[in-house]
Structures are given as structure tokens and as C-alpha cells.
Design a protein around this ligand. Sequence first.
Ligand code: AMP
Ligand code: MN
Ligand code: MN
Ligand code: MN
Length: 285
Amino acid sequence: MSSQACFDLHSHSSASDGALPPKALVQKAAGAGVTVLALTDHDTIDGLQEAAAAARTTGLQLINGVEISVRWQKRTLHIVGLGIDPENPALTTGLQSLQQIRRVRAEQIAAKLEKIGVKNVLPRIDALAGSSQITRSHFARLLIEDGQCKDMKQAFRRYLAAGKPAYVSSEWVDLETAIGWIHAANGLAVLAHPMLYNLSAAWRQRMYLAFTEAGGDALEICCGHSNTQQIEQTTKEALQYGLMGSVGSDFHSEEQRWIQLGKLPALPSALTPVWHHPRLAARLQ
Ligand code: AMP
Ligand code: MN
Ligand code: MN
Ligand code: MN
């Protein structure tokens, strides 16, 4: 048996838009050789308890996480919180406010899809999502089921991406507030997939400055979406802003074949891994 640590600090379960229930996700991660997994569902910590129970039976170490939707400069950014206390009231009430925004947004997206001829959207989305947080991925699944789109990519490109007919922009929460919730809950704030926002280099600098000034801790350097050149670039940028580095697949489902649990390049050695921060290291004995 290998004793090598394998970190995957960004993943989704069916508490938001992942395909697998938390228990199955943890078992799959353990089977793939992950030794430290963070479950980071969109704006919810509902999956953490089930994941923690599963982790105890597999020997994998679970880090309590969340991926918070943030509004910054008329864009949405994702801030991953790692090592959070799921009982912290600032965090739990904050997440409730985002869940409220998600509900209202789901109703607005449903109305837009009805206008372009999709039938019975909201009841079917509610049935599809159950008690999960409703995300745009759920709407994409509905459009695929209806034969309107052939895959997720097409559903976003045609209907759900910014500027498309079923897009609704949301206020979410600002960077300072989201990072404040994470820190109040004793966690560390990671700017998720910095290269996925389609920002120019100048706008990325503005984003890093805002994130750093708001108290952010780390950049996600190696993720399921990043290539070698992006890893090199974001490593330089993390060093420039004095940020630590994190790694996480952003696994959602088997359908995205190119994104696998734990299958990530090593974090460049120039960076301090976020798991070396005393607040996380203390829990990873
Ligand atoms: P939401 O937070 O509800 O706006 O949904 C965002 C989620 O939609 C992301 O976390 C991804 O899982 C998914 N998503 C966004 N864009 C795409 C895309 N082009 N193809 C597939 N999934 C996407
Ligand atoms: Mn997602
Ligand atoms: Mn994200
Ligand atoms: Mn994610």
C-alpha cells in the first residue's frame, strides 16, 4: 500500500450539482487513491455529515468545504472555503441567504425557458433537484432530457451562459462578505479556478488584488480545468500576491471524462500548499 498523500480539495456531490451522493463520492475518491478530500458544494454544506461518516469507514480524511458564489465587478467568482466549522452561525446564515437567491433565480430561469417553449419547467426542476441546491447544471440536464441540447456544453452555450436567453444574473454576495464567513468559521479562502472566468491578464490582476485585499488566502493552481501553461501562469501570480496554492479536481460526474478525482498535477514547489497552513495542518495529523 502506498503511503503517499493525495489531495483533492474541490469536489461536488448531489447536495449541489454533483452526480453522486456524498457517501458514494467519498468511496469513489478513496478508491481513486485520494487521501485528503474536500467536499465543496455550491452554497451548501448539506452533504458534509454524510461525507464525514463515509470518510470514517474508508480511512480517507475529509476536509469540510463549500464553494461560495460571489458577485464581483458584475461577474460571478467562486470562493472555496476549506476547513470550515459547519456549525458557525455567520456561515450557515450566510449560506441560507445564497440559497434564497438560488431559489428566486431558479424561478426566473424557469420563466425564461417557458417563454422559449420549454414546458412545465419548475415542477420538473424541483423533481430533478429534490433537496439539492438548484444550479444551472440542473437546467442543462432538463434541456438534454428534452432533446433540446445534446450535452451540457451545448446547453450552456445556447441557453444558460451569460448573455444567453435563459441567463439570469444574480447579486450573490460580495468578496469581503464571503471571505468573512469563511474566516468566521475558522476556514481558509481559496479563489477557485482563476483561469475559468475568461478574464484578460489585466482583469486577473484586478481580481487577485481584490481577493487579497478582502483577506483571501490561496489560489487554486491545479484543477481539472487547468493546463500546464495555466499552472505556470497562476503559480507566478500566486507568488506575486503572496497567496498559497491549492489543488482540486472540481469533480462533478463521470460524464466529464477529463476530470477525475485525485488526478491532478503536483503543486509547484515554489508555492506553500494551503494544507500547510496551521489551521488546516492541525486537522490533518
Ligand atoms: P450555477 O452556480 O448555478 O450558476 O451553476 C454553475 C455550474 O454550472 C458550474 O459550477 C458548473 O458545474 C456548471 N457549468 C458552468 N458552465 C458550464 C459549461 N460551459 N459546461 C458544463 N457545465 C458548466
Ligand atoms: Mn458546478
Ligand atoms: Mn466553480
Ligand atoms: Mn466547483
